[in-house]
Design a protein. Structure first.
Lengths: 174, 414
């Protein structure tokens, strides 16, 4: 082959390889996408709960998307202890008022943000940790009465799931 | 083209055998390869029993695959059926208890053999040139082994299976920004559940056979360089070698039988001693057990994970503890391979092994107080050993002149 033909051959090789690469990469999309939750799993994505049986100070655990959700009817002192602290003390600074829709109702995901255990504190007999909220027995994370991380390895606060009050005593999560 | 030039092309047809053996061998040259690599293969004649653990590990792998196939005939990979199908294997399937206990305990013994095998490589310098790739393929297998063992442990779908799987898969959520999306993608759901147990079962099988594939690479690379030996010096003549068969085959068989007698003792008298009783409680996504403890062979790495107070930092430290070991062939600056002739490094390696056992101990304890401090010191030594001691000791110490294989054997006799 003469030298003058070489750039032409290089161009053909390069464009063939590029097109082949793009094609192979596009072929990955359906396969990777198939690993995500299916439509049936996504369809189970909302739950309705009646709050009327919950007295002040009591908690309820419900299941949403296969995960526990903590609903807590907070007492006055629990609300106060969540509000009367400065944001600088918090590892993941967030106002209590930004985490609730009604002051006496706290709704958070009951999944420790460290490695996914279910924290203790829902039952009256449970240990509630140093800040009166929840305590994760796996690696020792303490959460306060607003579900915020105060001490331990968990990096963030217990997340608040999307929910709406349908009536005063009824909420829909998801 | 002359016929001379084609002679090399037709090489594979010239079998040294005759008859049916020759007919097969001239078409599929496996017989002559096996003879060259396993019967007549020369190995240094100074090998000690540390060199038997590679073969022992291979027998464990074969045992795991055989028992795994028979368990697979009865196991059902779904969140509803998994636990009950394992209980059915234990109670109703003929000899199901034996096959399952064998599978569960063989894993532990596979890890025991592998840990000793890796220690052998570190102590006698088997990782050093020209055996770097043998070592790298070995470490790759070790990582796949850990992944396969983790996936397998989730399958009985007990409380420890479920919560172990939750904690370990949540390690991926430590990845910044895309962590949670990756976790959902891997699990096929928002939590560990029906979808996860199904794909974990498939991956458990897939990775087991991936390990078999890597064994082939491990052996090919080993047979290019030949085995290392306690002196770390290469054989100088044929006199310093023996053929693999019958010398090594008989010796390894002896070691393997002894090893499996210990396994049999555990299997028949204490089949659950290496497991956790909580795993006989069916998985409950609403209740976390008080102490989540991984299987004993993960404990050193679990200790490293918990030693770092930061989530992402802990995950990075845990994975890089093994990856960093892969750099050892290039970080170790000494010209001498074997610790027998390295006065300082020898104690560094021994301390590394002791440190491994200490980390294993604290990994099984709650992450509080003194245990956290010990795990931090242990983690620090792990990385100090690889990144500081390996390059530094090579410069600082004056190694003894390594003995030849013949002189070594004479000095042992004297």
């Amino acid at each position: 082959m003469s030298d003058s033909k070489k750039p032409r051959r290089d161009f053909i090789k390069l464009s063939a390889m590029t097109l082949g690469g793009v094609g192979a990469a596009s072929l990955l999309i359906p396969f990777i996408s198939s690993m995500n939750p299916g439509k049936d799993t996504l369809a189970l994505a909302s739950t309705e709960i009646d709050l009327s049986p919950l007295e002040e100070g009591q908690s309820l655990t419900v299941i949403w998307r296969g995960k526990p959700v903590f609903i807590k009817h907070r007492t006055k002192s629990e609300i106060d202890s969540a509000r009367n602290i400065s944001l600088e003390e918090l590892p993941d600074a967030e106002e209590d008022s930004a985490r609730v829709q009604k002051d006496n109702w706290l709704v958070v995901l009951g999944v420790c943000t460290h490695l996914g255990c279910v924290p203790l504190g829902q039952k009256a007999s449970d240990t509630k940790g140093d800040y009166g909220g929840w305590f994760c027995p796996c690696h020792g994370s303490h959460y306060d009465t607003s579900g915020r991380i105060r001490k331990g390895p968990a990096p963030t606060n217990l997340p608040v799931p999307p929910y709406v009050f349908l009536t005063d005593n009824r909420i829909k999560i998801g | 083209m002359s016929s001379n030039e084609l002679q090399g092309y037709k090489k594979t047809l010239n079998s040294p055998y005759t008859g049916i053996k020759g007919w097969i061998d001239s078409r599929l040259p496996l017989i002559r390869m096996m003879e060259a690599e396993y019967l007549k293969f020369p190995v240094p004649k100074s090998l000690n029993y540390f060199w038997s653990f590679g073969g022992i590990a291979m027998f464990c792998l074969i045992g795991l695959i055989l028992t795994g196939i028979f368990l697979g005939f009865h196991y059902k990979p779904s969140a509803d059926d998994a636990f009950d199908s394992v209980e059915r294997i234990m109670r109703d399937v003929s000899f199901g208890w034996l096959i399952r206990y064998l599978h569960a305990n063989l894993v532990s013994f596979f890890f025991i053999a592998t840990f000793i095998h890796i220690f052998r490589a570190l102590y006698f310098g088997s990782y050093k040139a020209p055996r770097e790739l043998v070592y790298i393929f070995g470490l790759t297998m070790f990582m796949l082994m850990m992944a396969t063992a983790f996936l397998g442990y989730t399958l009985p779908w007990g409380q420890m299976s479920y919560w172990g799987a939750t904690v370990i898969t949540n390690l991926f959520s430590a990845i910044p920004v895309v962590g949670d999306a990756i976790l959902t993608l891997l699990l096929g759901d928002f939590t560990v559940g029906d979808s996860a147990v199904n794909r974990f079962y498939v991956l458990h099988w897939l990775l087991a056979f991936a390990i078999v594939g890597l064994v082939v690479f491990h052996v090919i690379t080993l047979h290019m360089t030949g085995s290392n030996n306690p002196t770390g010096t290469e054989p100088q003549s044929w006199d310093e070698t023996v053929s693999f068969h019958p010398y090594v085959t008989i010796k390894d068989l002896n070691a393997t039988i002894f090893f499996f007698i210990i396994l049999a003792f555990i299997l028949f008298y204490y089949p659950n001693i290496l497991g956790h009783s909580d795993n006989y409680i069916k998985a409950n996504p609403m209740v976390t057990p008080a102490h989540i403890v991984p299987e004993w062979y993960f404990l050193p790495f679990y200790a490293i994970l918990r030693a770092i107070p930061d989530k992402l930092g802990g995950v990075i430290a845990m994975f890089s503890s093994i990856l960093a070991l892969g750099l050892l062939p290039w970080l170790d600056t000494s010209k001498v391979r074997s610790c027998l002739f390295r006065p300082i490094w020898r104690y560094c390696v021994l301390l590394f092994a002791v440190n491994f056992l200490i980390l294993m101990y604290v990994g099984g304890k709650p992450a509080e107080g003194l245990y956290v401090l010990i795990s931090r010191i242990g983690t620090a030594y792990w990385f100090l050993f690889i990144f500081v001691l390996a390059p530094l000791v090579g410069f600082l110490e004056t190694p003894r002149q390594p003995l030849t294989i013949t002189n070594y054997l004479q000095s042992k006799k004297a």
